[in-house]
Write a protein that binds this ligand. Structure first.
Ligand code: 13P
Length: 251
């Protein structure tokens, strides 16, 4: 059975106090309702060590936004998988378009990061998606296919249990412009089909595929209602408890 998931990517927002406050508000607003999905937040690195115990015993899970591909060593300023695990983090977001664009993370580097994360028992939320120019040129399926093949298609079937996919068309991130529910469904069904062909129907059917890009309370329900959309990776709206809770309720 594949699981729905709504995850909030907080990006470079919220200091320690704001993180504690937002988690406190989220816990209160979640009291008394059992969502139809896993719920996750991804605060910035320095706040993970406090966020993990602060959410213990609740349904809120905590993820990291990134990690380094090496297990350890002379990489000033970087964070290793063991460091994440040592503060109770079991999930990491990799391949976000902001990492690809601003920090030049390419398929080869992402493959190394995914390999290290999986070898250390982490769950990976792997992000990918086409640029506006690529969609306009009609290349979005080809782009997405190569992003997936180059990074994930050497994995063993069993390793897919540790993978969540997040389709985030770059033109929809932080722009207020969302893919239509039909565009999301079309791409998600294409992605599931690729995994089915390369692996098996079981692997494809059990795979959670999130949509990300300007998901808000007023469009979440329609997007999540699509057959192959199993929840969302939420940026801006995850920073406001009322909006994030409404999106969780829409799942
Ligand atoms: P927005 O929801 O702000 O468009 O961001 C989406 C995103 O990048 C989530 O990772």
């Amino acid at each position: 059975m594949r699981q729905n998931l709504v995850a909030g990517n907080w990006k470079m927002n919220n200091n320690a106090e704001q993180t504690a406050d937002l988690i406190g508000d989220l816990k209160s607003s979640m009291e008394g309702f059992e969502p139809n999905c896993r719920v996750m937040i991804a605060p910035t690195f320095v706040n993970l060590a406090a966020a993990a115990p602060n959410t213990e015993g609740t349904i809120v899970e905590v993820a990291a936004q990134n990690m380094h591909q090496a297990e350890k060593g002379a990489y000033t300023g970087e964070i290793s998988v063991d460091m994440l695990k040592s503060v109770g983090i079991q999930t990491v977001i990799l391949g976000h378009s902001e990492r690809r664009t601003y920090f030049k993370e390419d398929d080869a580097l992402l493959k190394a990061k995914v390999t290290t994360a999986l070898a250390n028992g982490m769950e990976v939320i792997f992000c990918f998606g086409e640029l506006l120019a690529e969609r306009k040129a009609g290349n979005h399926f080809t782009v997405v296919e190569s992003q997936l093949k180059n990074v994930l298609f050497d994995l063993f079937s069993d390793q897919w249990k540790q993978i969540v996919l997040a389709y985030e068309p770059v033109w929809a991130i932080g722009t207020g412009e969302t893919a239509s529910p039909e565009q999301a469904q079309e791409m998600h069904s294409f992605i599931r089909g690729l995994v089915n062909t390369k692996y098996s129907e079981t692997v494809a059917n059990e795979l959670t595929i999130l949509y990300g890009g300007s998901v808000k309370p007023d469009n979440a329900k329609e997007i999540f209602s699509k057959e192959d959309v199993d929840g969302g990776l939420i940026g801006g709206a995850s920073l406001k408890v009322a909006d994030f809770t409404a999106i969780i309720q829409a799942c």
